[in-house]
Design a protein around this ligand. Structure first.
Ligand SMILES: *Cc1c(COP(=O)(O)O)cnc(C)c1O
Length: 391
């Protein structure tokens, strides 16, 4: 027995090393990794360029602090601004921290406009993190129970429903922004319609609200575009990133543009570790490799192969309700809780996940190969069919 705090229900496996899309457990058994540490290992495991970049940076300097200039942080902000057309970037260490920065930014934006108690519209079935503000913004009671009083200032509406947002705005002048995931991840792979995102953009412009996208899971190439919202050809005012940005080295970012830029001034926000040279080297390399190895196109192509393979094989199978995807975010919704499938897949050598109780979630690395995609479909289909037939 260890002294770990009991915060996770862990599977009975631990890994010694990885290679591309494969992880090896302590006994040497190999597993096809279709989860990537929850959308984190963008380049798979042990990508030689990432390993080299991290080792070289570690041998130079790991950390200095934001009391000093950090050239790699400046370079990373330039690269992110170039890819997203956003204006400025704040670096932190995780998704919830990136969202905390976004929430604080929206409140300060309201404060500067004379709004004493600013309100942010948030979505049902959303997930924004485990800190007090982000769990309060999250649309899942399980994350909140036991931690009341929640942080106030959030107004919840159904996801992908423009009329609901419009109704919630009627007669109020205290709303400062709308926070949502363009593709809900933890909520079960729900992809917002492009028309809805475009309409939110227009609505936010008309009312000078901040359109804030939590792209912690769907950003950094996962949907086949650099950022999930680019599928709808719009730009947010605020965007949070984390998970895949450093390919496993912790780094988060909060980006701002237009009326959201310039809101934070010295003293308003900060982070000790945020954007240290090691994390920035990992993120810069991740972005270079995505670009140079054509991984956006690969994410789109491999996502389509997995999704059409699953659709073909599971079409009409009783118990399979829906298959949804955006690039390499793939969800198979069943008609019953299916958490047991995770252990069955593990036994068979596949790392998958179940979220929102009934949705099998796949988040392979962006360099997953066609052969691995086919192997994944061939392995999962009989497991899912067997699971449904046995119930
Ligand atoms: C994972 C996730 C978070 C929280 O990220 P942490 O790094 O665990 O704090 C926030 N938002 C979304 C959309 C996520 O998927």
């Amino acid at each position: 027995m260890s002294h770990l705090m009991n915060t996770y229900g862990r599977l009975p496996v631990a890994f010694s090393h990885g290679e591309g899309s494969w992880l090896f457990d302590l006994s040497g058994k190999r597993y096809l990794d279709a989860l990537s540490g929850i959308a984190v290992s963008t380049l798979g495991h042990n990508h030689p360029r990432l390993v080299r970049a991290i080792a070289e940076q570690a041998s130079r300097v790991i950390h200095t602090s934001n009391l000093y200039g950090i050239p790699l942080q400046e370079a990373l902000s330039d690269r992110l601004a170039e890819l997203s057309a956003m204006d400025e970037v704040f670096f932190c260490n995780s998704g919830c921290e990136a969202n905390e920065a976004a929430i604080k930014l929206a409140r300060l934006y309201g404060y500067k406009r004379g709004i004493a108690e600013p309100v942010i519209i948030v979505m049902e079935h959303s997930f924004h993190g485990r800190t007090l503000a982000t769990l309060s913004a999250t649309g899942n009671k399980k994350v909140q129970i036991g931690f009341e009083p929640l942080v106030g200032g959030f107004l919840r509406v159904p996801f992908d429903d423009l009329a609901a947002v419009e109704r919630s705005l009627e007669g109020r002048a205290d709303v400062v922004g709308i926070l949502l995931e363009p593709v809900q991840g933890e909520g079960g792979i729900h992809v917002a319609q492009q028309a809805y995102l475009k309409a939110l953009r227009t609505l936010c412009d008309e009312r000078e609200l901040l359109l804030m996208f939590d792209e912690v899971q769907c950003g950094v190439g996962r949907t086949g575009k650099w950022f999930g919202h680019q599928n709808a050809d719009i730009k947010p005012d605020v965007m949070s990133l984390a998970k895949g940005l450093g390919s496993g080295v912790p780094i988060g970012a909060c980006l701002a543009a237009g009326r959201a830029a310039g809101v934070f001034q010295p003293g308003n926000h900060g982070s000790t570790f945020g954007g240290n040279p090691l994390a920035c080297a990992a993120a810069l390399t991740t972005l270079s490799v995505i670009d140079e190895e054509g991984l956006l196109e690969n994410a789109e192509r491999i996502g389509r192969i997995i999704c059409s393979g699953l659709s073909k094989a599971l079409e009409g199978v009783p118990g399979v309700l829906d298959i949804r995807s955006a690039g390499l975010m793939i969800g198979i919704e069943l008609d019953r809780p299916c958490g047991a499938l995770v252990a069955q897949a593990l036994e068979a050598g596949y790392l998958i996940n179940v979220t929102a109780d009934k949705v099998v979630r796949l988040l392979p690395s962006l360099n997953f190969s066609e052969g691995e995609a086919t192997a994944l479909v061939d392995g999962l289909v009989p497991l899912i069919k067997g699971f449904l037939a046995a119930q």
